[in-house]
Design a protein around this ligand. Structure first.
Ligand code: MLT
Length: 311
């Protein structure tokens, strides 16, 4: 059995797949014209596979991550290709960046740091000028504030539980929560019956849902109108969840105080108070290794026994 890696081919990924007994094509990039290897399976991270012609032998695709929006699911279903993801394997990495960004944005650290950099060339005056930053960048503590967590899967549940340890009030919303997640969720996480309830209480909102037809553009004029003024929104899920024109307007009016996003584009860069991050949510050595191990195990079991285990 052979497996091809798209851009996820870190040494660790390759080693994990190779150690699992599968033959790995050690190519850095998938060559769209070259179908001679005809692999049994492909491991992919962010590469957009929608335009890709799928080779005839292909039985499975493993996405080393949670979201599968870069994979043509309908086409795979039609052609009997099994698609896996690695739920939970990068949850800790995402949780850490969410909580870091939550505190950093609330304390104006990103803006303050960018401003200090502009003092380059001021020589002896730098230390004096730095003091004026104290007044410009007064922040807010998160203690006692309410964090709304939309989506209580592996990532959302971790964020919710750990935010309680930071002395926040936490309110979660998820219409599809699994029994396991519900069981692991602290009893101190309040559950909103409707997303509107969460919007009306939260000082900070973090979203952990996949991009689907139902969630596309869920942050829009209408949802912003239900939120508290100056709410901070963190998006480490997918850019498509946000209607960017409406977000730009909400940032302009101060309805949304800050928009922290792992999915910046040209529009986001122009937005006042947007904090752009280059899709670093899951980019830790540990998470890449966890995803690689899970993807390798799933594919090995599937290719050798036909069992489909998405965990
Ligand atoms: C995910 O969907 O889990 C992340 O986008 C993973 C990644 O950074 O590739």
């Amino acid at each position: 059995m052979s497996v091809k890696t798209l851009e996820v081919s870190t040494i660790k990924t390759l080693n994990n797949i190779a150690e699992s007994g599968l033959n790995v094509f050690e190519k850095e990039k998938y060559n769209l014209d070259d179908r001679s290897d005809n692999p049994d399976a492909i491991v992919v991270r962010s590469y957009n596979m929608h335009e890709m012609e799928l080779n005839s032998n292909l039985k499975g695709i493993a996405r080393a991550g949670a979201g599968v929006n870069n994979i043509p699911i309908d086409k795979c279903t039609e052609e009997g290709i099994c698609v896996f993801n690695t739920p939970g394997a990068n949850a800790n990495a995402v949780k850490e960046i969410v909580l870091t960004s939550l505190i950093a944005s609330s304390r104006n650290l990103f803006d303050g740091m960018a401003w200090v950099k502009t003092l380059e060339g001021e020589g002896e005056n730098v230390s004096k000028l730095v003091e004026s930053g104290k007044k410009q960048f007064v922040g807010k503590e998160i203690k006692g504030k309410t964090l709304g967590v939309i989506g209580l899967g592996a990532i959302g549940a971790l964020v919710a539980n750990d935010a309680l340890d930071l002395d926040m009030e936490v309110i979660g919303y998820d219409p599809f929560i699994s029994v396991d997640t519900a069981w692991n969720l602290s009893r101190n996480v309040h559950r909103a019956m409707t997303i509107e309830q969460l919007y009306s209480y939260a000082d900070y909102i973090t979203v952990h849902v996949p991009l689907t037809g139902d969630t596309k553009g869920m942050f829009n004029k209408e949802s912003f109108s239900l939120m508290k003024p100056d709410v901070h929104i963190l998006n480490f899920s997918r850019g498509g969840l946000v209607n960017e024109d409406d977000m730009a307007e909400a940032l302009e009016t101060g309805k949304v105080g800050k928009y922290i996003t792992d999915f910046p584009n040209e529009k986001v860069l122009k937005m006042k108070n947007a904090i752009p991050i280059p899709h670093l949510g899951a980019s830790t050595q540990e998470s890449e290794e966890n995803c690689a191990i899970m993807a390798a195990r799933q594919l090995k079991e599937f290719l050798e026994t036909g069992n489909v285990k998405n965990s």
